[in-house]
Design a protein around this ligand. Structure first.
Ligand code: SF4
Length: 243
């Protein structure tokens, strides 16, 4: 196969990113919740030794990447990845892997079960890594207001919090919308309410749907909100007066 005939975007969607060195690709491996078991790591070590250069790079979004995969080895690597119970990340105009800290599973500051929310987003909303969208879109979940996954700097950032406005001071969810990094960095704005987990799911669904149908190619959510105005955006996603 001539290099110019390769469908690079299709490979990118499948988690094989073209690297700087011609003819080589980076395998972007991921696991739900960012949790890799021994068998996953063993398989990645094997892939790295057999098809690449014997090292693995830990990414900023809880993935593990192996550079120097040759184009012709991609089908064999894909089979091994699936057999090991691993998934691949993605790149391009799509939803990235949702990142979450351990939350109350083992962090002593954790207020919410971040893994549980992660699973509900994937299973109930079918909002999963590699969903095609007009541009890059990130969802992050943090277990408490320390926001270790940086809830303020992603399109949708959720963190556990205590609702001090209620008599029982129950635990709920704070939500930030419209943050991003990159060439046009923006801090997300915090919604003026502590939500239940079910309400958070509705917000995520509405915001992703709105972005999918209204953003222009290469327009981050922050810039779409700036274009149409925050008030109109909130109205469109069912959050009138909560911004
Ligand atoms: S955000 Fe909170 S719960 Fe999550 S890792 Fe940081 S301190 Fe722990």
């Amino acid at each position: 196969m001539l290099l110019e005939n390769i469908d690079y975007d299709n490979l990118k969607k499948r988690g094989f990113l073209r690297q700087k060195q011609e003819g080589f690709f980076i395998l972007r491996a991921r696991r739900r919740h960012g949790v890799f078991e021994g068998k996953h790591l063993e398989s990645l070590i094997e892939i790295s030794n057999k098809y690449a250069k014997g090292f693995i790079h830990a990414t900023t979004r809880q993935g593990l990447e192996i550079p120097y995969i040759k184009y012709e080895d991609i089908p064999a690597v894909e089979i091994q990845i699936r057999q090991a119970g691993l998934e691949t990340g993605t790149s391009g105009p799509r939803l990235r892997t949702t990142t979450c800290c351990p939350g109350n599973n083992w962090c002593k500051s954790g207020l919410i079960n971040t893994f549980f929310l992660y699973d509900r987003i994937e299973q109930e909303l079918n909002i999963k890594c590699a969903l095609d969208l007009p541009h890059k879109f990130k969802i992050v979940i943090s277990g408490c207001p320390n926001t270790c996954t940086r809830a303020q700097q992603s399109e949708i950032g959720v963190h556990g919090t205590i609702d001090f406005s209620t008599a029982d001071k129950h635990i709920g969810y704070a939500v930030y919308l419209g943050g991003c990094g990159g060439k046009t960095p923006r801090m997300g704005f915090k919604l003026g309410k502590v939500f239940s987990e079910d309400e958070v799911l509705i917000i995520i669904k509405n915001v992703v749907d709105f972005f999918k149908h209204n953003a222009k190619p290469k327009q981050r959510l922050a810039l779409l909100i700036e274009e149409i105005g925050r008030e109109k955006f909130l109205k469109e996603v069912g959050l009138n007066g909560i911004g």
